[in-house]
Design a protein around this ligand. Structure first.
Ligand code: TMP
Length: 220
């Protein structure tokens, strides 16, 4: 049983979660609360190598099952190398995507049997699960437009294999996330991603302070 606090951020492409997770990390750090900020796929050198295979737009031939297993492999490494050690020392871990993304993208999006995904997630997560999940909900038409602008402006590797998927695929992913949130209302905090960056952050920080005992006590 870990003593830290595990927060994940989820949402469709371009929903703004990466901006929000960074703002949250800076906000908590400014109040003397250090966090471990990480992401999936990736978060450690081996998982980052798997990430580059998964997101490379040239890998169009990657089969849905191979894709699923690569996400699970990256997660297994990341969980044992980064997340479990951090939680065991009492850290707050902020993770940009986690196991819910596999359900939303590989099950709702790709149509892989949910039982297979749950089994792989169970193994890869090694007994840990998010204490809180922030779902930045956003219309994929808006999110994809933002994501494409970001990719065009970036000089790094073109991580756009999913941005090239169809709008109906992303709509299924969004519906999947909303279904997960409806199934576990106590774990999920659903935020309207159409609001401004400042409005979204204000909602997230207020709601989180009410939920993270350590953060809340730092303000008392
Ligand atoms: P990012 O763009 O938020 O860094 O996420 C990388 C991509 O990987 C994004 O398109 C969602 C996708 N993804 C999955 O399909 N399954 C997963 O389990 C995870 C973690 C991400």
């Amino acid at each position: 049983m870990h003593v830290g606090y595990f927060i994940t951020f989820e949402g469709v492409e371009g929903c703004g979660k990466t901006t929000q997770i960074k703002l949250l990390s800076e906000f908590l750090s400014a109040h003397g609360i250090d966090t471990v900020l990480t992401r999936e796929p990736g978060g450690c050198p081996i998982a980052d190598k798997i990430r580059s295979i998964l997101l490379d737009a040239e890998n169009r031939a990657l089969s849905p099952l191979a894709e699923l297993m690569l996400y699970a492999a990256a997660r297994a490494q990341h969980v044992s190398e980064v997340i479990i050690p951090a939680l065991n020392t009492g850290d707050i871990v902020l993770c940009d995507r986690f196991s819910d993304a596999t359900v939303a993208y590989q099950s709702f999006g790709r149509g892989i049997d949910r039982g297979v995904i749950d089994t792989l997630n169970l193994q890869a997560c090694q007994g840990i699960s998010p204490d809180l999940t922030v779902l930045v909900d956003c219309d994929p038409r808006i999110g994809l437009e933002r994501a494409r602008r970001r990719i065009e402006a970036s000089s790094g590797p073109r991580e756009e294999r999913f941005e090239l998927e169809s709008l109906p695929f992303h709509q299924k992913v969004r519906a999947g996330y909303l279904q997960l949130a409806a199934d576990e209302p106590n774990r999920f905090l659903v935020i309207n991603g159409a609001a401004t960056i400042e409005e979204i952050f204000s909602t997230i920080s207020t709601q989180l302070l009410a939920r993270i005992p350590e953060a809340a006590s730092a303000f008392c």
